[in-house]
Design a protein around this ligand. Structure first.
Ligand SMILES: [Zn+2]
Length: 135
């Protein structure tokens, strides 16, 4: 086997296509995170200034804050998955299921370019609370 590591400019075909797609996703998620951080911070500032006086408003602000934070966590996780997928493209093992080593179908990668498992293994993990007993 020849050297596996490739530079981005050498990417072609499927790798190039998904590299570009992943970069688009990364920009999108980064923008969303910025928006949610700003929104979460503005809620904090309102609380500190005592702008929110009614209990009802405070309640809804708090749950909105919680929602922003959980979305941020999720976006952070997706961002990590995207970074990992970009790394796998460069290393030349992108698109392989991390559990069974089979190729992940391109149709699945088009929907989730940062997918780590094939549908079969993902289903097994979902049934077992994120754990695959076959691995
Ligand atoms: Zn698999």
């Amino acid at each position: 086997m020849a050297t596996k590591n490739k530079s981005v400019s050498e990417l072609s075909g499927r790798n190039k296509k998904f590299y570009d797609l992943l970069m688009q996703y990364r920009d999108k998620v980064t923008d969303q995170m910025k928006y949610h951080v700003e929104d979460a911070l503005s809620i904090d500032n309102n609380d500190k200034r005592g702008v929110t006086t009614h209990m009802a408003d405070m309640g809804s602000d708090n749950s909105r804050h919680e929602m922003e934070l959980s979305m941020l966590t999720e976006e952070g996780n997706v961002l990590q998955l995207i970074e990992n997928a970009l790394k796998r493209i460069i290393e030349g093992n992108y698109g392989k299921c991390q559990d069974c080593g089979e190729d992940i179908p391109e149709a699945r990668l088009e929907v989730r370019p940062y997918a780590v498992y094939c549908v079969k293994c993902k289903t097994i993990r979902e049934k077992n609370g994120g754990f695959n007993p076959n691995v």
